[in-house]
Design a protein around this ligand. Structure first.
Ligand SMILES: [Zn+2]
Ligand SMILES: [Zn+2]
Length: 112
């Protein structure tokens, strides 16, 4: 799903717009405050528009990461790093402790 910046009209996937608030922020209520990657403007989107997709996406990425076990294959290692970085970024918003623990565990399992 794409979002469009109200200031400059830049359009990109919702993951390209950085979160400015955590999920459940009382000030934002039912809206979703994000920063435009092109012009830096703070944009308010409807929460319902983006959050459902995002939770689904997090589940998908977690499952992909769970399926990777320790390997010397550089392609898989790179993919695991990418998944961990993406999930970490998404979790800045959701602040899920179980996801955090899962990511730390996988990081240890795969890279240490
Ligand atoms: Zn913009
Ligand atoms: Zn807020």
């Amino acid at each position: 799903m794409n979002l469009t910046c109200h200031e400059c009209g830049f359009t990109a996937g919702y993951l390209d717009f950085a979160y400015l608030c955590q999920n459940g922020c009382p000030a934002c209520g039912e809206s979703d405050l994000r920063q435009c990657p092109a012009c830096g403007a703070r944009c308010v989107f409807s929460r319902a528009e983006s959050l459902e997709d995002e939770q689904e996406r997090m589940k998908e990425l977690s499952m992909q990461l769970a399926a990777i076990s320790r390997t010397d294959d550089p392609v898989m290692r790179k993919e695991a790093k990418r998944l961990i970085a993406t999930l970490n970024a998404m979790n800045m918003r959701w602040n899920s402790e179980s996801l955090n623990a899962f990511l730390l565990k996988k990081q240890e399992e795969l890279f240490f």
